[in-house]
Write a protein that binds this ligand. Structure first.
Ligand code: ADP
Ligand code: ASP
Ligand code: MG
Length: 821
């Protein structure tokens, strides 16, 4: 004998029932079979609604009944052969009419007793099992439909209805013996009858329990329960698509998982089959050949089988806290609380007690919370009136998430990993319980966090990803920010393959709006997303970031903002690394720069800003590598302004017919310079870069330490831009003369920043126009290129880094490199 149970989703509609009937037909070829049917998917919920509406004097319960009737009629018409239609429709209507009769009674009385509710909610199984039996008989299988109310009997144990197993098993044996020629029995799950012969139910999900009773009563070889999932999984696949199948699991572990919410097995189910050691197979109706899960006493131990088995959750949890100074040192409070809860039939799901003895906290089902409040406040009325205890504090909206495994307590670090998986993603844990059994660690969290919490814990224990996830929070959506997002959107797959680092953009802000998503923003249509984002005013983005710490978080500063560096400090404290293309911070007074560097080290995060000098050219990196590896920088000569280089390498002293003013105009028109070219020609930008470069070499340089020879005299910096161009034109003879003086010596003019080590170990920094000869790499430097010539003690023949020193994509790629280091 074998027992097969089909859940509601497996019997959702004619199509699914047809799949189930194929499975049953094959099973019957192997052995005599009892099939336990649930109601068709959603039917029990609808029937309960009918009961509640009727009790609330809401006459539209009959609309719902009509819908239930229509669903069954439709199934009958499309599943059964035509000659069975009339009889089946009639049988269906008979059940529906009886429900309607009861519901009308409830409507008149305005009260829904347990008896009436059971009489209504249990009917879904009557309907589905009758249809299924007719279907199986119609394909030629000797089938008998048996009413479970005549088989499964309950009795009262004083307070509750419990299954009278002795009578039930005897009834099952009789059912089989009295029908020797039947190879298939089809019975409704969920329902039974009490001592008075009234219909009762076995509780939500109770068809599993029915199946288990039939399995024990018929001494079945095994119990198959057919579901819409491949079997018991490491987590609910509806929450974690990556969940994997558990092929073998012990009764105890399965019970533990189910107890805390994995709906696969209704916990009482297991009890009867465990005592008889009947294995339970969880199978998938939509993939009948899949392996499914075997739940048994001693599952085989696979070679690499993890001791961590799965994660589950139960929702609608209330926390009850008993607090007050009167508890300190006085024994008996917990006993009294537990006793009063137990007397009121409230089961405690979990207990935690803070180390401070004046509070204790228990978790119960939300539906019991008010009852618990009344009971506790009554029980402790005296202490409350004296002010020694506070009235019971009741908080709702919690869920329990639990990690189940064998011998989990003795596996070092499990609890830490579980809490870190949540903490690293800012999921607050309200209470933790370990030790209630050796098999689970439970945390209580806000119900809003359940889905991400389960995903993170699952990823920590079950998804050995070869990738490290990097979460970016980008400030600045100008040319660099856009280019960065564009590169990430197009190349992140490749980047992950090459570097093992998976980039997620978790936040983005421009000066007006910001968007944030812990799971990673979709990179399509960023402009639209940003436009409908949160207002970024008043540092809202930074405030949100400080509440959103994720693992491997990097704040990316692509702004040009000058007041951002103190924000870096906050971000470091929250665990963010910083990558910046914004140079202002790093050229601030040395003390500020130094404080920032120190804070990054103290917080164990990194601070990178390669693109502040020469865009993606590895200038800073080359310098810091030398210094970090014990080398000494002797000299750096660098052209650090693409604009300046364009101007000085294009100008030919007028020999090609272009004046200096015209060359500057071209730079302006091509967008190589700022709209006011004097911002470039002032050398301010070069000065900042020189400071950063020198500091990278370990030289604590400040602005005042740099000897600056400006490219243009003071008079050029007065007045508006057009006036400036006039002055330039007027000064052409001087530019031409200075050009010629160099050219006559075979030299060229370049705007150079240099850092030179003196004999006493100090450094001299200067910037200004210099003449360079053909032996110097800068002699042939053309266009907007940058170049740094780095001479060190170990490399007297210098390292030359040359290439584009600006550009949105160049800078963005440099930023990305910093992110990936
Ligand atoms: P039935 O249709 O047999 O009544 P249920 O709907 O009661 O089945 O339970 C099956 C559901 O349980 C699945 O659809 C799945 O979403 C959920 N579930 C929760 N936890 C797990 C888990 N660990 N493994 C598989 N399914 C799970
Ligand atoms: N139909 C009942 C319910 O939904 C019993 C079951 O399916 O197990 O709870
Ligand atoms: Mg179920």
């Amino acid at each position: 004998m074998q027992v097969l149970k089909f859940g509601g989703t497996s019997l959702l509609d004619a199509e699914n029932i047809l799949k189930a009937s194929d499975i049953i037909a094959k099973a019957v070829e192997r052995d005599r079979t009892i099939v336990v049917a649930s109601a068709i998917g959603g039917c029990t919920d609808s029937l309960i609604e009918v009961g509640n509406m009727a009790a609330a004097h809401d006459g539209s319960f009959s609309d719902i009944l009509d819908k239930i009737r229509a669903r069954h009629h439709k199934i009958i018409r499309s599943l059964l052969p035509i000659e069975k239609h009339e009889e089946s429709l009639e049988a269906c209507d008979k059940v529906m009419d009886s429900i309607k009769g009861i519901a009308q009674g409830v409507y008149l009385l305005g009260e829904l007793s347990t008896t009436s509710l059971d009489a209504i909610q249990g009917c879904g199984e009557l309907l589905s099992s009758q249809i299924l039996a007719t279907k199986m008989a119609s394909i030629g299988i000797p089938t008998k439909w048996v009413d479970s109310r005549e088989i499964i009997r309950t009795r009262s144990d004083g307070t509750h209805n419990v299954v009278d197993t002795e009578t039930t098993y005897a009834n099952i044996t009789a059912m089989i013996e009295n029908n020797p020629i039947k190879s298939l029995f089809i019975v409704p799950g969920f329902i039974a009858s009490d001592e008075k012969g009234r219909m009762v139910t076995l509780g939500r999900g109770g068809s599993d329990y029915s199946a288990s009773l039939y399995a024990v009563g018929s001494k079945a070889r095994n119990l198959e329960t057919w579901k819409d999932v491949p079997g018991m999984m490491t987590a609910d696949p509806k929450i974690v698509p990556e969940a994997s199948l558990i092929e073998h699991i012990s009764y105890r572990a399965a019970l533990e998982l189910s107890h805390f919410g994995a709906k696969v097995i209704f916990p009482p189910t297991i009890q009867p089959v465990v005592s008889e050691r009947i294995p339970i197979l969880v199978k998938c109706t939509f993939d009948p050949d899949g392996p499914g899960t075997v739940i048994e006493q001693n599952p085989p131990r696979g070679k690499n089988r993890s001791k961590i088995i799965g994660i589950s959750n139960s929702d609608k949890i209330a926390l009850l806290s008993l607090e007050g100074s009167g508890m300190v040192g006085v024994p008996g409070f917990s006993y009294r609380l537990f006793q009063t809860l137990s007397e009121n039939d409230i089961s405690i799901i979990l207990i935690t007690q803070a180390s401070s003895v004046n509070t204790m906290c228990v978790a119960v089902a939300e539906s019991d919370a008010e009852k618990a409040r009344e009971a506790a406040d009554k029980c402790f009325a005296y202490e409350i009136s004296l002010g020694k205890l506070n009235p019971l504090k009741v908080e709702t909206g919690f869920s329990i998430v639990c990690l189940v495994g064998d011998d989990i307590i003795n596996q070092r670090g499990t609890m830490g990993r579980m809490l870190a998986a949540l903490g690293d993603r800012s999921i607050g844990v309200r209470a933790v319980a370990q030790g209630s059994s050796e098999r689970n660690i439970s945390v209580i969290i806000s119900s809003d966090d359940v889905r991400p919490a389960i995903k993170y814990i699952h990823a920590e224990f079950f998804e050995k990803s070869p990738y490290k996830d990097i979460n970016l929070f980008i400030a600045g959506y100008g040319t660099v920010g856009r280019a960065l997002l564009d590169i990430i959107a197009r190349k992140r797959g490749e980047i992950a393959e090459r570097t093992g680092k998976r980039i997620h953009v978790a936040g983005l802000s421009n000066s007006r709006k910001f968007i944030l998503d812990r799971e990673g923003l979709s990179l399509d249509d960023i402009d639209r997303q940003l436009a409908s984002g949160h207002p970024a005013a008043n540092e809202a983005f930074f405030e949100a970031l400080s509440k959103t710490s994720l693992q491997n978080s990097v704040f990316v500063d692509c702004t040009g903002s000058s007041d951002i560096s103190y924000k870096y400090l906050n971000l470091f404290e929250k665990g963010y690394s910083v990558v910046a293309s914004n140079k202002i911070t790093f050229a601030a007074p040395y003390s500020q720069y130094k404080a920032l560097k120190t804070a990054a080290v103290e917080n164990g995060v990194s601070l990178k800003y390669e693109t502040t000098v020469g865009a993606a050219l590895p200038i800073l990196e080359s310098i810091s590598r030398s210094v970090n590896s014990g080398d000494t920088i002797l000299k750096v000569d660098a052209v650090l302004s693409g604009t300046m280089n364009f101007i000085f390498s294009s100008y030919a002293g007028g020999s090609d017919g272009r004046t200096f003013a015209e060359v500057v105009r071209t730079a302006q028109e091509k967008g190589y310079s700022e709209p006011d070219p004097r911002l470039d020609l002032s050398g301010r930008d070069v000065l900042r870069k020189l400071l950063i470069l020198a500091r990278e070499a370990g030289v604590p340089l400040d602005e005042a330490d740099v000897k600056i020879t400006p490219a243009l005299g003071d008079e050029f910096f007065k007045g508006k831009v057009p006036e400036f161009f006039e002055k330039l034109a007027a000064a052409e003879p001087e530019f031409a003369a200075s050009y010629k003086a160099a050219a006559d010596k075979g030299l060229r003019q370049r705007f150079l920043a240099s850092l030179v080590r003196n004999g006493d170990g100090t450094y001299t920094a200067k910037m200004g126009l210099q003449e360079v000869g053909p032996g110097n790499p800068l002699y042939n430097l053309s266009g907007t290129d940058n170049c740094a010539i780095i001479t060190t003690e170990f490399y007297p023949s210098p390292l030359v880094v040359q290439g584009a020193g600006a550009g949105a994509y160049q800078t963005a790629s440099g930023v990305l490199n910093d992110i990936l280091i």
